[in-house]
Ligand binder design. Structure first.
Ligand code: AMP
Ligand code: ZN
Length: 498
């Protein structure tokens, strides 16, 4: 059993005090069970997350994956670990969603934007959408990873691993590239889920019939606009090799935790494991964590006749971006709140109504926070509150339990000590930026025109007098003027419509 940290030292990183970090339980896809987390170094964690392919704006399904990783990192830091978080930026061509046979996303992006299909064109496209991605991270209060290496800056390391695999006999050549021979690696598919769906999904050109086994995957695709590769033909690295080479370079091998969405388990992550283990004779990562999907049935989905909601994806045409969310007057942190309401290992079926309900809950929380910030004069933090949040988070990142506990405690505090300080403490993990956003909301309230505020006051009076007909009429008047009124435990909250 790991030693508990004294309450005083609890929120300072353990590596400063050389004391034990708190115990965290997490679900490891590799062992298919919840287990106690034991990093290689007792006070620091190496965390690698498959990052975005920067050929277009991310959709909110992708953002679910990045909010999960952010919560994981925050929880590790909160529990006392120093975290080195690496997220790769895929800014060079790879084929289709997961497999080798589909369309190259970067080339697709270049054509869409009328840019030259050259390495320079890819660089420009990549820079543009990396910027857009960083904006998304900022909007969602996602901590920027320690380093975000670009694939295009790490081709040498990828080539070195391919050469090594070739020397060891794992590689064969076809007319279009170099392939990894899975039959030479008996442990292939350790993570499970090795159906070929991932490879078929999104495929737009014929399957390479020269592959020896259907699960073989490309390490290098020949292409005249790509990189020189001494001893081989010019081309592009395969997608899986990117993560194998970069995670080893920045974190060593094995490192502690590797994350991605569940769509990556079958092909991408099994591919990474095969290459890295075959190349260096050591496991790639000790713990593999995967977030479930955001699924959605868009009204005009390109997926056509199917009535089933599907994984949100660009290729299925059922995607929503953060800009769409903002255009509907929804705050990006309401989206974060929405994601946190579900456990990361449960699928979420997206609906605008549910997102709007999450926005209402988020604003109610901010308004309550605002009230606490002006009324709560207690010095002593409500330890019991913090402990309960900590327990929920350290139990495989149970954010829905943590959020529900926040509400229970705010409505019915178990102790008279400071709730304000406890909520702010909990927010170190939840990342809802409560203190700053509560102040923003208070400022926004001051900018509501006097006429609307007067109407709201009159409506309150009518409600006090139980004159609900009059209260409803005033609400309609406020709404007609372009404002929405929310009744909260801390009084009415008025918001200008988008
Ligand atoms: P990509 O840019 O497609 O490689 O995706 C970036 C991250 O988002 C990966 O970890 C994916 O597994 C994850 N992801 C993609 N689509 C979804 C979705 N609909 N729901 C949740 N995560 C997703
Ligand atoms: Zn990856």
């Amino acid at each position: 059993m790991t030693e508990r940290i004294s309450p005083k030292a609890k929120f300072a990183p353990c590596y400063e005090f050389h004391i034990s970090c708190s115990m965290i339980k997490l679900y490891n896809t590799l062992t298919r069970q919840k287990e106690e987390f034991k990093p290689k170094d007792p006070s620091s964690v190496g965390l690698y997350s498959c990052g975005p392919t920067v050929y277009d704006c991310a959709h909110i399904g992708n953002l679910r994956a990045f909010v999960f990783v952010d919560t994981l990192r925050r929880a590790l830091e909160y529990s006392g670990y120093k975290v080195k978080h690496i997220m790769n930026i895929t800014d060079i061509g790879h084929l289709s969603g997961d497999g080798d046979e589909g369309e190259d996303k970067m080339t697709k992006g270049l054509k869409r934007e009328g840019l030259d299909v050259t390495l320079l064109g890819m660089k420009k496209l990549g820079e543009k959408y990396t910027e857009a991605f960083l904006e998304n991270l900022k909007d969602m209060n996602i901590l920027v990873p320690s380093q975000m290496p670009k694939a295009s800056d790490n081709v040498d390391e990828m080539q070195e691993l391919i050469k090594r695999l070739d020397e060891k006999g794992f590689v064969y050549r076809t007319s279009d590239g170099l392939y990894f021979d899975v039959s030479k690696f008996p442990n292939y598919g350790k993570l499970g889920n090795t159906s070929l769906e991932g490879q078929r999904e999104g495929a737009r050109v014929a399957v390479n019939s020269a592959k020896k086994n259907p699960a073989d995957f490309s390490l290098w695709k020949f292409n005249d606009i790509g990189w020189d590769f001494k001893g081989y033909d010019k081309g592009f690295p395969g997608w899986h090799i990117e993560c194998s080479a970069m995670s080893r370079k920045y974190l060593g091998q094995p490192f502690d935790i590797h994350t991605g969405g569940v769509d990556h388990i079958g092909t991408h992550h099994n591919g990474e494991i095969a290459q890295s283990e075959a190349g260096y004779g050591e496991p790639l990562a000790n713990v593999w964590m995967h977030n479930e999907h955001l699924i959605y049935k868009a009204a005009s989905s390109a997926s056509g006749s199917s009535d089933e909601p599907k994984k949100m994806a660009k290729s299925a045409g059922n995607f929503i971006t953060l800009r769409d969310v903002k255009n509907r007057g929804i705050h990006p942190l309401s989206l974060r709140y929405y994601f946190l309401q579900a456990h990361y290992r449960s699928p979420i079926e997206f609906s605008w109504d549910a997102l709007e309900a999450a926005q209402t809950a988020y604003f109610k929380l901010l308004w309550k926070m605002n009230e606490l910030m002006s009324s709560d004069k207690e010095d002593k933090i409500n330890d019991l509150f913090v402990k309960n949040i900590e327990n929920a988070i350290q139990d495989d990142f149970n954010t829905p339990r943590a959020l529900s506990f926040v509400w229970t405690e705010l409505r019915n505090p178990l102790s008279s000590s400071s709730l304000e300080k406890a909520v702010i403490e909990s927010d170190k993990v939840l990342g809802l930026d409560l203190k700053v956003q509560a102040k923003e909301l208070a400022k926004e309230q001051k900018n509501i025109p006097a006429k609307i505020r007067d109407l709201s006051a009159k409506r309150e009076e009518a409600r006090q007098n139980k004159d609900f007909k009059k209260a409803d009429e005033i609400r309609a008047e406020i709404e007609n003027a372009g404002y929405t009124i929310m009744d909260t435990d801390s009084g009415p909250l008025i918001r200008k419509d988008a």
